[in-house]
Design a protein around this ligand. Sequence first.
Ligand SMILES: Cc1cc2nc3c(=O)[nH]c(=O)nc-3n(C[C@H](O)[C@H](O)[C@H](O)COP(=O)(O)OP(=O)(O)OC[C@H]3O[C@@H](n4cnc5c(N)ncnc54)[C@H](O)[C@@H]3O)c2cc1C
Length: 391
Amino acid sequence: MTITAEVDAAVVGSARRIADEVAAPVAEEVDREARFPAEAVAALREERALSALVPVELGGAGASLDAVAGACFELGRRCGASGMVFAMHQIQVACMVNHRGEGSWFDDYLREVVAEQRLIASITSEVGTGGDMGKSIAAVSEPDAAGTASFEKQAPTVSYGPHADAFLTTVRRAPDAEPGDQVAVLTRREQMEMDQQGTWDPLGMRGTCSPGFVAKATFPVEQIVPERFSTISAETMTPVSHVLWSQVWLGIATDAFDRARAFVKAAAKRKPGEPLPAAIRLSELMSQLSLLRAEVGLALREYCELHANDRARLSEMATILRFNNLKIAASEQAPTVCQEALGVCGIVGYKNDTPFSVGRHLRDSMSARLMVANERIHATDASLLLIAKEV
Ligand SMILES: Cc1cc2nc3c(=O)[nH]c(=O)nc-3n(C[C@H](O)[C@H](O)[C@H](O)COP(=O)(O)OP(=O)(O)OC[C@H]3O[C@@H](n4cnc5c(N)ncnc54)[C@H](O)[C@@H]3O)c2cc1C
């Protein structure tokens, strides 16, 4: 085994262990109480998994996105909220790793992520622009003589906002910049005033703890990621979000399928030799899950291949369409699988306190289509399809 393969296997292996031994036993409680999955995140910190993607030269594990995707799947399979928190953190790290510029402030910050296992949240959505990540209302102020700037952003949803150590926020480059002329700023909690707006009592993904905030920050301008946000978004934030979120949704759907299978096996044991209509439904469910698994797996391989060998193609229309399609397909297919699993299990799947319960899975997976509304993505794709030469 090469060193990279060993590192990757360790990342996936430790995530699987944490998912089984730490996240699963409290998943119901995390969901019921809409509380942060603190145990799972502490265990991930202990395994230094929060810096898995940080390159070796900065002290990190230098794991591949493939391995981090595998970890998202394993965590999502046992606790959707733990999987999503881990995925969202890794997306922020990937943006900094890929777009930090040589020898910038971000090299030191990523060393700090390694040493302190900092948890990083994202503030891209904004009251007034909704899920349109490509536009901002909030702007970076003119820096003062000491190079200190500030922003204030009305954020409708900040996952693990109350628990994060730092935030990657999108804002306009300057007070007079166009809505699409954006930058991403990394600010530490100590540099921010986070005024929580309302509560977090949603249908699903309850453990992500994602209320709204008015986020105010004051920071040295070197904490602005050097590359334009449009490039960060095209090459990393959007495709990596779609790839890692989909892995979490696949994990949730896989566990719903596993519960349906356990139900059918138990029923077959009780009535050996009798026809079992639920077994046919289970077989149909498996083909639905296979479609999801194929799409999510293929997209991951395609992203890794493009990122390693042909990064410029990530900004091409055909590639944008491809990873938008992944998001739409996976976010629609995962709840379908969970709903069909409910159909297989019947009332014991509907109840929240049986080994075959899939209510949490269904509710968690229903958030998928809202995490940047599918209709919004369809609108972008519709325009691209009219002008793209190849798709
Ligand atoms: C569990 C979860 C965690 C999240 N965590 C974070 C986070 O940590 N940080 C963060 O920044 N964001 C996060 N978000 C995303 C954020 O909450 C939403 O994407 C954002 O607030 C948009 O909200 P919206 O759906 O009301 O807005 P919109 O995107 O404006 O959508 C509103 C409605 O308009 C429709 N619509 C929008 N555009 C079109 C169109 N072109 N054509 C037709 N219909 C359209 C939509 O379908 C929807 O019905 C999270 C979301 C979820 C579900």
